[in-house]
Design a protein around this ligand. Sequence first.
Ligand SMILES: Nc1ncnc2c1ncn2[C@@H]1O[C@H](COP(=O)(O)OP(=O)(O)OP(=O)(O)O)[C@@H](O)[C@H]1O
Ligand SMILES: [Mg+2]
Length: 397
Amino acid sequence: MDPVRNPYAPGAGQRPPELAGRDRELAQFEVTLERVAAGRPERSMVLSGLRGVGKTVLLNALRGLAVHRAWGTGKLEARPDRSLRLPLAQAVHAAVREVAHRHRDPDRVDAVTGVVKSFALRTRLDDRLGVRWQPPVDVPAVKGRADSGDLETDLVELFSDVAELARDLGVGVALFVDEMQDVSTVELAALCGACHELSQQGAPVIVVGAGLPHLPVALAASKSYAERLFRYVVVDRLPRRMSDRALLVPASTENVYYTDEALDELYALTDGYPYFVQAYGKVTWDAAVASPIQVSDVREAAPEAEAELAVGFFGARYDRATPAERDYMRTMADLAVERADGLVATADIAASLGRKPQSLSPARDGLIKKGLVYSSERGSVAFTVPHFGKFLREQSG
Ligand SMILES: Nc1ncnc2c1ncn2[C@@H]1O[C@H](COP(=O)(O)OP(=O)(O)OP(=O)(O)O)[C@@H](O)[C@H]1O
Ligand SMILES: [Mg+2]
């Protein structure tokens, strides 16, 4: 069918034509926004899940809800070995700008912008490398506010000032942190500490996070009370009905339908993983000649979807691994076959490779840092990428 009218959107962070199966999270967040704006005690949300399940897209949708309520919002993507300070300053500055033009007192806005600036100027020189954003030049830095150098203290001051600005307008400030598992333990602790303090003050600020499955464990390790600060939401594969919805709703706007057998086959291939749903949906559409889309169209298109995923989804990640890390993953893949939960004991990997467990730590740590593997339980690891074990086994077999 006409590829120009193809509605599907495979790709990292690509907004899907139909955000299926996330109504509960969206409704919950509306309540959160309302409670936070009213200064009521409320836990923020932290999304966690495997690669390609739709965390970024959901995070963006939550931000959309905040924007819709005229909140100040900002977003950042954490990176390993990078301090949060500058990206946070940038996100907070974005939030200030969103509310600034409605605020009645321009001097107050400038003063808060000056605090953002003094916060940003405390960034160490090597943390500025590679960041294009510059602190605002049109206002003077407010000396002695949010610039002590202690991240938690500075965040409390920064967040309080920004929250006050938003509260003047009857709204709040929401900051969204993607890839949150890449924030260091020390900085996670500072962020939790600041959120804790602000929520005690009833200040309308929330930090919403998204990251890999071990993010809740990383948060708990940083501060013992993290569990009481956040509502953990696991973002997962779509159940059958929602996966069908993700395919059917966009197609129906183009007057295109699917046979039940075609939908059965698509679910068998995608397992309901959102990235796969979009990828298979897209090639199937192009392969089909007419509506309704048939199971034969799905089968004809499947090899192309697989080839595209092998390059773009699996291959791009595999290529980032060193030879030692690849050996580690191939062994993991073989051992994972017998495990429904995909968890593999690190001791078994060592035994299988005939190595001492400690000697494999660099490979394991490297893979965790690259976001290919996660460990939410001591002594075991799993792939962050769905179907990655299968991909590796097919490659070597
Ligand atoms: N609820 C949904 N319904 C339909 N499609 C979705 C849904 N959520 C995400 N998608 C699609 O899945 C793909 C992956 O989404 P996204 O990039 O948000 O995943 P992610 O969890 O952030 O992955 P990563 O861990 O790699 O960053 C995109 O193509 C997106 O359009
Ligand atoms: Mg993402």
